[in-house]
Design a protein around this ligand. Sequence first.
Ligand SMILES: *Cc1c(COP(=O)(O)O)cnc(C)c1O
Length: 399
Amino acid sequence: MRKLTTDDIEGLREGTRLVVAGRHPDEAYGFVNTPVYHGSTVLSPTYADLKGRTGRYTYGRRGSPTMSALEEAVAAIEGGAGVVLCPSGLSAVATALLSCLKAGDHLLMTDSTYGPTRHFCDGFLKRFGVETTYYDPTIGAGIEALLKPNTRAVYTESPGSQSFEIQDIPAIAAVAHARDAVVLTDNTWATPLFYPAHERGADLSIQAATKYLGGHSDVMFGTVSANTRTLPALKATWGDLGTGVAPDDVFLVLRGLRTMRVRLEAHQQSALALARWLAEQPQVQRVLHPALESHPGHDIFRRDYRGSTGLFSIILQPAPEEAVAALLDGLALFGMGYSWGGFESLAIPFDCASYRTATRWNPGGPAIRLHIGLEDVEDLKADLAAGLARFSAARAGAA
Ligand SMILES: *Cc1c(COP(=O)(O)O)cnc(C)c1O
């Protein structure tokens, strides 16, 4: 078997890159996977080596063969200039933002962002003198009107956490780049396989690897990919923060990554089937899934995305809380819990009204976010059908 070069890997399709990138059996006695290196100190064989730092690794915090394997594999699918590894998705968000902002700067943040990202801006960034303005996620090129002379970064997340607005990132990036602002995107939903974030205009692309990269609900992890413009500052910030990642966690993400393409295709297929079925149920007012023709962002979705994944939301008919509880409490296959992206299905109620500031959230009924896992889709449908029947019965009882 011939050793693949970096050029070979770049010439391969993404699904193949996901399998081969970051693997060096020739350096691991032929073993298919890179070993898990636990370590702090890295010994130098000679004084000259120590002074010249000719070795690839210098200290456990800065890197290891295990970390390099994951960095290479994520870089191969992100298509940027380099990747840093973080101990959670939120740590990746914070590292990316800190790498491109300083006191006195202004940040534009999508109103539909992940809740803890919003908390980081309103607390931490504010305390360090960065001002945040929230914008309507569907603003597109209209973002121009919100740019100030000190706007250094525009943050996007598409689709919106919970509410699934699709953003026109190429249009936003064109405006932001004309004013020299950095464009960030939280690309956790689509992953680099279904949304090539750098190609669409993002300088920094964030993954909560806790979700689909890991894929098994057994690890917290995050990655940030940067283009050549933003990589030096990202690496410096990552280093200064003393970021450490646990080698066993790196191994779990690498293991998950190798099967991500087939998992995503299965999530996609089942989620689409259930979204279409749910759209026809009388208890469901609306399904918020960008791959459905009825979704307001569907045209941009078709233009920019290569696929959809397992997460979407539904808006139910107006009903008292007891009816929502009846639906959720009796579910046998859909667990109720935060996070998503594992092999298992989840259902969680949500309400964006309490924190939105640039847009109003008033869906006209209870909202539930579903993660469609890898169970048989007919079993999932039966579980949801029984839940909707309980919802109807509880509604009729309350009326
Ligand atoms: C879960 C999530 C995060 C945070 O990831 P953690 O690993 O839980 O810290 C960030 N962004 C999005 C969109 C997420 O869904």
